[in-house]
Design a protein around this ligand. Structure first.
Ligand SMILES: Cc1ncc(COP(=O)(O)O)c(C=O)c1O
Length: 989
């Protein structure tokens, strides 16, 4: 029978994957796929599961997740399966509501017998379909009971009121002055007569007592489900906060200190009022106190909140407080009950008795969906069974299986014994692991077969890869994927804490499974100890080697380390991403074990789930003595991947990542945030950044400034004489292109401004601006004695104008007005044609005149081709993304030098710091993940640092950059000792 099933299920995993992602759980489906957790199990038996891998091979795994604790009896327990089959074969009807439900009757009886034997009270059970529904039903019942109690109190007062009224001439009864004052203070109205007092008291009792919503209490780290009511009993903000407005009012109290709950019970009281006659036959208002907390929900072992076992004394104290204040005590044993700890109820050993018990999960025997709410008869509200119903609850199928499961629990003694003994063995093994890997395992918790292992947080790990996973709350899923694919062990992290793996295997979990678990966890701990990111994630790119585990390289010390904390003047953040996947070993050394294709695959699978994370911080020292901390935030994405989003006009996912990075920078106390690589472009040169609590910059001012200096240096190295050189700019009309032109006009006598067709007017306007600036410089020079002599050094284009007889003559007649540049442009073009100092073009081939070329277009596709270039030496500064220069230039033209701008060399650390860091093994100032030499930064990062050092705390290069900003940044660079470093030649962002 089972063998047939295996075949019947085995065929459609790929379709199922697509359909699941498209039609069932889009995001979760994609996450599961990214981490290869989307295996489709086709067979389960006892403590094992089976699936078919991508080669069609059947793979068996040991299940330590145990259906989130629903599989105490293991998968497909034969006796429970028989019960199910017998029921189906017998044609037992399931949907026969409002009739006698035979098996539910037996189940109610059985639950009562088991509870009563342990607790001494009789219990009435309401059945539900899932854990959260049970919590919901308990919530509703507690609310109903609370309201009924309030109503009963008021009914009693009403009876006393009627008695008063039935006195002779009640209207003549005087109202005691202090009572009149009380009512007035409460209602803001004058109350003088008996009749008014009656109305007032009734109104107060209705509005401020009966109709005031009850409160519920839960413990910190509680989890009671996800429906609208239950989710409000669940502390986790992520699940709860969007739904607070549609749920009950809940107070969360300290899960260790009962005084906190007691204080809430004392503080949250309501008053109701009654009327009486004092000895002088005056009507007095009496006020009574009532605790407004309807129920306290407690998981004796908190499951989803981290597997925390609550102390017996603590539970006893809660019981006492509940008794004192009339609060219902609900024990949610949905996860901890049904024998999982070796006792039917986890709370049993404490001897504490609740008013209500919730069970689910293993109650369904791993086959049925069922939950129970068992309420002590003396607390039970009879009308609840009329007003709380469900189509599927109480069905004979799930009731019969639950009943059979409870019988099994009683008859098969090995189940509870295993929970205790095997649980103790596993816990001891985990504790031993913790003793051997104290830096890797933070804590081992739990009881019986409800265990958890909490790993140390890797958010500040040496390995950047581990940091990235930890900061994205993915690391627990990676552990789970690793254990599954490398060791055939199924576990899962807690959704509320990614560092915690829960272990809730079936009671029948075998020795072989346990041994495999211990070996697997040992290897996981070793990989973590040795910061071996590759070992932990290679399964993601299909490189798992199950059963073959050789020695593991130790990457400790080969990763990076943050220098010791130091008092700095300011902290600045910087958003960065990979230039390409080939650099990932710079970012995490164990990536050297991946091929490029694997690294690309790894990023592709995970990038949308990986949040920007804090990389190692650095301190940078200005030559003025100021210090700034640089906190880079890494985005696990390459330039090419971002470009793909740009081309597809699908920027939102990348913007979301960047916005998370911004939030993290704010949280890390950064006062300035620089946008590296494509992040500034994606955020429209930072104009799309909404955050106002920190200053942002694209870094474009210093980038242009350093690019300009690099161009000059490269020209000098190539032996190009600037005084006679021609500079051509592709993309001249853009902000960056035009800034270069303005700067270069000071250095060369001739410029060609190239833009794409249709941009002629913008190019003309730029030419006019260059002329206007030259004109003013020339005018100023003419006004100074000997000015003309110095002009060639200050502004070469102006000097050129001065030399041109046509231009000079013509210039002398002109006056400076807003149109001077335009008139010069047209005048010189008419007079000199192709010889005019500034020309415009829409043809990239016009770079043929130039010795110095700027590539700054925002087009895809190469515009600078080898065949366009004049004989060398020629220098190209290509700052375009993607590059403007065709690869043929490098291959065919050794006389042409291509640079990408200039890197910035940062000032060296003072001697005492250098000595200390060397001593500690901390390297030179080196930015991980970027292909740049030590002591260097990209200019955009340099600008961010300069802002921090200077104390610029308002946005700087945001949107278009102005020439003055470029000059100011160059000035600040000089002031703080930042210089032009290596010229950028390799691939940049
Ligand atoms: C203690 C507790 N209560 C309630 C629930 C909710 O159960 P379900 O997921 O069946 O709705 C859970 C589920 O994990 C739980 O552990």
């Amino acid at each position: 029978m089972l063998a047939e099933n295996r075949l019947a299920f085995a065929t459609t995993t790929d379709d199922n994957r697509l359909n699941y992602q498209r039609f069932v759980r889009p995001l979760t489906g994609r996450l599961l796929e990214a981490l290869r957790l989307d295996v489709e199990y086709v067979f389960g038996e006892g403590d094992t599961l089976e699936y078919f891998d991508e080669h069609g091979e059947r793979v068996q795994v040991y299940d330590f997740l145990g259906g989130y604790g629903a599989l105490l009896f293991g998968h497909n327990h034969p006796q429970l399966v028989d019960t199910a089959i017998d029921l189906l074969r017998a044609g037992r009807p399931f949907a026969v509501q409002a009739s006698l439900r035979g098996y539910s009757a037996q189940l109610g009886r059985k639950l009562n017998d088991m509870l009563q034997a342990r607790l001494g009270r009789e219990y009435v059970t309401t059945l539900a379909n899932s854990g959260t529904e049970a919590a919901e039903a308990a919530l509703k019942h507690a609310q109903l009971a609370h309201r009924n109690r309030k109503q009963a109190l008021l009914d009693r007062q009403e009876a006393r009121l009627l008695k008063l009224r039935n006195q002779q001439h009640p209207e003549r009864l005087p109202l005691a002055p202090e009572s009149a004052r009380l009512l007035r203070s409460l209602l803001g109205e004058k109350i003088e007569t008996f009749a008014q007092a009656v109305t007032a008291v009734r109104r107060l009792n209705r509005e401020r007592f009966l109709e005031t919503g009850a409160l519920f209490c839960c413990l910190n780290k509680s989890y009671h489900g996800k429906t609208a009511g239950a989710v409000n009993l669940t502390e986790n903000e992520l699940y709860r906060s969007p739904f607070v407005s549609i749920g009950p009012s809940v107070l969360f109290v300290d899960r260790r200190d009962p005084a906190d709950f007691e204080q809430q019970a004392r503080a949250n009281r309501l008053r109701y009022f009654s009327l009486a006659l004092d000895e002088q036959r005056r009507v007095t208002v009496q006020s009574h106190d009532f605790c407004n907390i309807a129920a306290l929900f407690v998981e004796p072992i908190q499951g989803e909140g981290g597997v925390h076992v609550l102390d017996g004394d603590y539970l006893a104290a809660l019981r006492r407080i509940c008794d004192e204040h009339g609060i219902h005590l609900v024990f949610d044993e949905i996860q901890s009950g049904m024998g999982r700890t070796g006792h039917f109820l986890a709370s049993e050993p404490s001897g504490v008795r609740a008013d209500c018990y919730l069970l689910s999960k293993s109650l369904g025997g791993g086959l049925a969906k069922i939950a129970s709410v068992s309420i002590a008869r003396d607390c039970f509200e009879e009308d609840f069974s009329l007003i709380h119903t469900s189509t599927f609850a109480e069905d004979d199928f799930s009731s019969a299986i639950a009943l059979r499961g409870l019988e099994l629990l009683e008859s098969d003694r090995s189940i509870l014994r295993n929970c205790r003994e095997v649980g103790a063995e596993i816990k001891a093994a985990l504790l031993d692991l913790q003793r051997r890997y104290p830096e890797v395992i933070a804590e081992v918790r739990g009881e019986g077969l409800m265990l958890a292992i909490e790993f140390a947080d890797q958010g500040e790990a040496e390995s950047h890869g581990l940091r990235a996973l930890a900061c994205s709350e993915l690391i627990g899923f990676v552990y789970a994927g690793y254990l599954l694919h490398e060791h055939r062990i199924r576990v899962a992290p807690l959704l509320s804490n990614n560092n915690v793996l829960r272990l809730e295997p079936a009671a029948c979990v075998g020795r072989q499974a346990r041994q495999q678990l211990y070996a697997a966890l040992d290897r996981l701990c070793l990989a973590l100890r040795q910061q071996h990111f590759h070992e932990l994630v290679k399964f993601i790119v299909g490189q798992a080697t199950p059963g073959r585990h050789g020695p593991l390289a130790d990457y400790r010390g080969r990763c990076f380390s943050t220098p010791p904390e130091e008092v700095v003047d300011r902290t600045v953040g910087f958003l960065m991403h990979f230039v390409d996947a080939s650099n990932m070993h710079l970012f995490d050394p164990s990536c050297e074990q991946f091929s490029l294709a694997e690294l690309e695959d790894l990023l592709e699978r995970c990038y949308l789930f990986l949040k920007p994370f804090r990389m190692h911080a650095h301190v940078l020292y200005s030559k003025t003595g100021k210090k700034v901390r640089l906190q880079p935030f890494g985005l696990a994405i390459t330039s090419e991947m971002i470009q793909r989003h740009m081309q597809a006009r699908d920027l939102e996912p990348v913007q979301t990542l960047i916005e998370t990075g911004i939030d993290k920078a704010v949280a890390a106390g950064c006062e300035v945030l620089g946008f590296g690589g494509f992040t500034s472009i994606v955020m429209q040169n930072c104009k799309a950044v909404r955050e106002e609590t920190l200053a942002v910059t694209t870094g474009n001012s210093l980038t242009v400034g350093m690019g300009y200096e690099a161009l000059l240096q490269a020209a000098a190295e190539a032996g190009i004489d600037l005084d006679s050189a021609c500079f051509a700019a592709i993309g001249a009309n853009g902000n960056i292109g035009s800034l270069y032109c303005e700067l270069m006009a000071e250095k060369v006598p001739s410029l060609v401004l190239i833009g794409r067709p249709g941009r002629e007017r913008a190019l003309q306007a730029l030419a006019a601006r260059l002329y206007a600036q030259a004109f003013r410089r020339l005018r100023a020079a003419l006004a100074r004695k000997g000015g003309l002599v110095r002009l060639a050094e200050e502004h070469t284009l102006a000097a050129r104008l001065a030399e041109l007889p046509a231009a000079r003559r013509w210039l002398e007649d002109e006056t400076d007005d807003a149109t001077i540049g335009t008139r010069l442009y047209h005048g010189l073009l008419d007079a000199l044609g192709d010889e005019a100092p500034v020309r415009i073009s829409t043809d990239p081939a016009d770079i043929r005149h130039a010795d110095l070329i700027l590539g700054a277009s925002n087009q895809t596709g190469s515009l600078i081709l080898a065949e366009y270039l004049r004989p060398g030496p020629v220098v190209i500064c290509d700052v375009a993304l993607p590059a403007d220069t065709h690869p043929s230039v490098a291959n065919q033209r050794p006389d042409v030098r291509v640079i990408k701008g200039g890197l910035v060399r940062v000032p060296p650390a003072p001697d005492y710091v250098a000595a200390r860091n060397a001593h500690l093994g901390v390297r030179d100032f080196l930015l991980e993940g970027l292909p740049i030499p030590p002591e260097h930064v990209f200019a955009c990062m340099g600008e961010t640092l300069l802002m921090g050092l200077t104390g610029i705390t308002s946005h700087y290069s945001r949107g278009d950059v102005r020439q003055e900003q470029v000059r100011e940044m160059l000035e600040l660079a000089r002031l703080h000792g930042f210089t032009l470093g290596d010229l950028k030649t390799g691939r940049s962002f």
